[in-house]
Design a binder for this molecule. Structure first.
Ligand code: DON
Length: 622
């Protein structure tokens, strides 16, 4: 067996690591910033080495890049707040949680003692008051159970078992009088119901969960990934609540710095007094920085700089426009130039060349949301006045939101009233348009649009409709040898000779007529029904590359080279064929050479026409 050779010599060339290299450079540059000092209002936090500095970036498909002290543990502090809020939303639903905590920024410090007295709830879940109210919502019949549930939540988010830094917990518990004041004020107004000390116990513990920058990046990437942990695949939050979490992070996550942060960095984020910051770019990455020195507001000085630089360097501000609506239509072609894989007789080809313009195929690509789908609809409206059949091929659509799907359904409804038939291809059951496929399937015979598994099958159906509606020589089943193009030009006595060696064969639906790799002894002419030519692609998957109907031959290569079969031929339905043994034909031709000359001449003409058409198609699809 061949040994697997490395692509290149690892010693000769450095490994390609553009993201790591960038993070390492950034780390080195920002390490020069020495402003700020570690929080010490929780005495235990003040003991940290201020020079610790780690950066981590996790992608939504689970790649983690890091620089510096990304594996050094520290307590999560306020970065726990958005996740506890996510837990509450996921557990109780939006409406119930809104009764306990609002979504208004305070523009005040994280530990400010301000409460929304009108709505009788703390302003938002990112300030201490709101976070304490949210901590009360953790499920569990005892303190131990609630702590275990809280730790399980953070462990799921990090993708590994986390623990609590007992020293920091005790330090905060014994000094957190301001938080105690907030909790008692909330008890007084009925914003919390349970014993404040019990609620604070969980709040202090959630702030004391040990994490690393790497963990936080994965937790942020879980938010970027619609609530599913990109490493473990576990769904921690429902996607609808991730939007809520990110919204409050965006408006309230950086306290009284939130406005400027939003202006400069433009990512939903959250900071903690241990010197950590997470930031989320939905659909892309989660970012985490750990550097203990914080500014007067409570945000890590280096953390802010790292996020500013990354945002600017890679244009990650949330309001940068990343969508290219212009490209939703990949190409448009017509049925006169591009044909289905169904082999057609010369008469059929003439009809399709003449009338194929009536079939339009629209290849759509990218993401379907309001703006891009509206463009598609405009194109459909135009085609509805020009074409008899419009095929929309969704093969290259990788995303469709509810508004895109709604607009498509509307278009289908209004087109159903008109003359033009709308045909959809490639809306796979497991793809982004699956809900649409289900909706269309439900309507049974009265369905809005016809749906095919791919554009080729759709095109073949449209061609069949055009052919069925037009009259031309040679339509319908071919029973007599004299009607077959392959034998055109044979003299009557030559026909009779060929006829004497022809065997009529019947194949049932699904039957394999020719198997790839088998010896080629016979060739066939279809009299009735259709067969599919299938080749093997990527392992054992089969791809239909052509279908063949009445009047056309297959397996004719055997006449030319007598080699092995190059594809499977399967009966699509009950098929009647003429089978000719190559050997017998050759024997016959030894005495009557004109038979072979005529047949080979017809074959050559057929092949050259197919090639010419293939060239036209290639140039139309370029
Ligand atoms: O409530 C406190 O004081 C801390 N346990 C959490 C504070 C925190 O991280 C605020 N964020 N900047």
């Amino acid at each position: 067996m061949d040994a697997v050779r490395p692509v290149r010599d690892a010693k000769a060339a450095p490994a390609l690591a553009p993201v790591e290299d960038y993070l390492a450079e950034l780390h080195e540059r920002v390490a020069g910033l020495t402003a700020g000092k570690p929080a010490d209002y929780i005495p235990e936090l003040g003991k940290v080495d201020p020079s610790l500095f780690g950066i981590a970036l996790a992608t939504i498909d689970g790649e983690v890049y890091a620089a510096g002290d990304a594996n050094h543990p520290f307590t999560i502090q306020s970065v726990s707040k958005p996740f506890m809020y996510g837990y509450a939303l996921d557990y109780y639903g939006r409406e119930a949680v809104l009764k306990h905590v609002g979504v208004e920024p305070t523009g005040e410090a994280f530990n400010s003692i301000v409460l929304d007295e009108v709505a009788n709830r703390p302003f938002n879940p990112m300030v201490n008051a709101g976070a304490i109210a949210v901590a009360e919502l953790m499920d569990g019949a005892s303190q131990e159970k609630r702590t275990a549930n809280m730790l399980a939540l953070f462990s799921s988010l990090a993708g590994r078992q986390l623990d609590i830094d007992e020293a920091v917990f005790l330090s905060e518990q014994s000094t957190g009088h301001r938080n105690r004041a907030i909790a008692y004020m909330m008890l007084n107004t009925g914003m919390i119901k349970r014993d404040p000390n019990h609620v604070l116990d969980l709040y202090f513990r959630q702030c004391s969960v040990n994490v690393t920058a790497r963990d936080l990046a994965v937790m942020a990437a879980t938010l970027a990934n619609d609530g599913a942990n990109p490493i473990t695949g576990e769904t921690v939050f429902e996607a609808q609540y991730v939007r809520d979490i990110l919204t409050v992070m965006n408006s309230c996550g950086m306290y009284d710095y939130a406005g400027q942060w939003s202006y400069e960095v433009g990512m939903p984020a959250k900071s903690g007094v241990s010197g950590c910051i997470i930031a989320v770019i939905p659909g892309q990455i989660g970012l985490a920085v750990f550097s203990p020195p914080i500014d007067a507001i409570g945000n890590s000085v280096r953390g802010i700089r790292v996020c500013q630089e990354i945002s600017n360097e890679f244009e990650l501000h949330a309001f940068n426009n990343r969508t290219n609506v212009k490209s939703v239509i990949r190409r448009l072609y017509r049925g006169d130039v591009v044909r289905s894989n169904r082999l057609r007789t010369p008469e059929e080809r003439k009809v399709l060349t003449r009338e194929g313009q009536k079939i339009a195929v629209l290849e759509v690509q990218g993401a379907l949301f309001f703006g891009s789908t509206e463009q598609l609809l405009r194109k459909l409206t135009q085609l509805a006045s020009e074409a008899r059949y419009v095929i929309v091929d969704f093969k290259r659509v990788h995303f469709a939101d509810a508004s895109g799907r709604k607009l498509i359904t509307r278009a289908a409804r209004s087109m159903a009233e008109g003359e033009t038939e709308l045909v959809f291809a490639s809306i796979a059951d497991d793809g982004p348009l699956a809900p649409l496929a289900r909706e269309f399937a439900e309507h049974g015979d009265e369905r809005l649009v016809r749906v095919f598994s791919n554009a080729d099958a759709a095109l073949e159906w449209c061609e069949d409709q055009l052919l069925a509606h037009s009259t031309y020589d040679g339509a319908g089943p071919k029973f007599a040898l004299t009607q077959l193009d392959l034998f055109k030009g044979l003299k009557p006595e030559e026909y009779r000779l060929v006829e004497s060696i022809v065997r009529p064969l019947i194949f049932e639906k699904g039957e394999v007529i020719i198997r790839e790799g088998a010896d080629a002894k016979l060739f066939f002419v279809v009299a009735r029904g259709t067969v599919s030519v299938q080749i093997r692609v990527q392992g054992d998957r089969k791809k239909r590359v052509a279908s063949i109907g009445p009047g056309l031959s297959f397996g004719e290569m055997a006449l030319l080279d007598g080699g092995k079969r190059s594809a499977d031929i399967i009966a699509d339905e009950r098929v009647i064929c003429y089978g000719l043994a190559v050997e017998q034909l050759q024997e016959l031709a030894a005495e009557h050479p004109n038979i072979m000359i005529t047949i080979l001449g017809n074959l050559t003409r057929e092949f050259s026409e197919r090639l010419r058409h293939a060239n036209d198609e290639i140039s139309a699809l370029e």
